[in-house]
Design a protein. Structure first.
Length: 379
């Protein structure tokens, strides 16, 4: 079965999300009137309306451009977490639904987040902790808005440039020796003895790249992608593809924040599921839940076209092709349950999971999407 037949099958079998994304993202000649009809059906879909309603900062106590340390922590907990209402998961889900700037009900909610990029604090104390929260919150809002198709205003563009430079430092210096030795751990609280503790020097001088940052880079505004930006993004990709990076602790480990007399998990590292060979990892019983999500993200980057992990991941997923030429991944690759979006949760595309063919519908769309992005990478 060819791609055009697969697209037609998705249009016949899929729900509002699959039909909309098939028409707008997988190519083919579709009349404007039909596209408009599909857009309206998507906007009217109760599940889409439910998730749009979660894109809110109700009860936030201060304007987004006037945050202090207390309200930053409040905002951080609203943005970051595994609950469905956490904004990192809401932004991820709306992008999975194929929502775009201009669709009914979206703009008034999405654009309320832009003022945060006007906020430029200068922390005088507790800097490691507060800088981490600030950068995480801003980067989530940045990739959330970019994936939905919003154009950065001047303050957001300035954040993007500075954040890329900040992320690039560790790749520029090729720092893989991240963990403190015994001499540096004198006085470490007992609860964290024996755990991977990050060096104070690393925490003070570098931003450890998060998976969130790669969503920013994957949707970098085209008018900002000059040679300097492209080179920095490629350097960061080369850094995380290095076997020395992939051998680091997933999630990096723990930061000892001496000002707070405690340690915090410093997670969300961009480790590649199944690296370097997902098939061998699967045979070894490794968790590959995030593989499809991560592959769909990483095929945005042309510099990965020769990556062994990318080629082995594609080959592994090809092993789930059906006799009809479509795809049927293991259901855990498409997990819909509540959890961190960046860890492979919230992957559902609105199909009724009581239907016998939901896995085939969503798997086939996902694989066609990956193949479409791959062709764009190679062009």
């Amino acid at each position: 079965m060819g791609e055009s037949q697969d697209r037609q099958w998705l249009l016949e079998q899929g729900g509002p999300v699959i039909r909309w994304r098939t028409v707008t993202e997988l190519g083919g000649d579709i009349p404007v009137s039909e596209t408009a009809s599909l857009a309206q059906k998507l906007a009217d879909f109760p599940l889409v309306q439910e998730w749009i309603s979660r894109l809110t900062l109700a009860d936030f106590p201060v304007p987004l451009d006037a945050i202090d340390s207390a309200s930053l922590r409040w905002l951080g907990n609203k943005v970051h977490g595994g609950k469905a209402a956490c904004l990192e998961n809401v932004f991820g889900k709306l992008a999975e639904f194929g929502l775009r700037a201009g669709l009914p009900g979206l703009d008034e909610r999405a654009l309320m987040f832009l003022p945060i990029f006007r906020w430029q604090p200068e922390w005088k104390s507790d800097t490691t902790f507060l800088n981490a929260w600030e950068n995480l919150v801003k980067s989530v809002f940045a990739w959330g808005l970019l994936r939905l198709g919003y154009t950065p205003d001047a303050p957001m563009a300035e954040f993007l440039r500075k954040h890329l430079e900040n992320c690039h430092k560790i790749a520029r210096d090729r720092v893989y020796d991240l963990y403190a030795d015994e001499n540096e751990l004198i006085g470490l609280p007992k609860a964290w003895v024996g755990k991977p503790i990050l060096k104070q020097e690393v925490m003070a001088n570098y931003w450890l790249p998060y998976i969130h940052d790669f969503y920013v880079f994957a949707h970098w505004p085209s008018d900002m992608l000059d040679e300097t930006a492209r080179k920095m993004i490629d350097d960061i990709l080369a850094y995380i593809l290095d076997p020395r990076f992939q051998a680091l602790h997933e999630g990096y480990g723990y930061a000892w924040i001496k000002e707070r007399r405690t340690c915090y998990g410093w997670g969300w590292s961009p480790h590649l599921p199944g690296y370097p060979d997902p098939e061998q990892a699967a045979k070894a019983g490794k968790n590959l839940q995030g593989l499809v999500r991560q592959l769909e993200l990483m095929v945005h980057f042309a510099s990965l076209r020769d990556s062994l992990w990318l080629h082995e991941s594609l080959r592994f997923l090809e092993g789930f092709r059906t006799s009809e030429g479509r795809y049927c991944f293991p259901a855990e690759f498409l997990r819909e349950s509540e959890g961190y979006y960046v860890s492979g949760y919230g992957m559902g595309l609105g199909e009724n999971r009581r239907k016998s063919n939901w896995v085939e519908i969503e798997s086939t769309f996902r694989m066609l999407k990956i193949q479409t992005l791959l062709k764009r990478m190679e062009s």
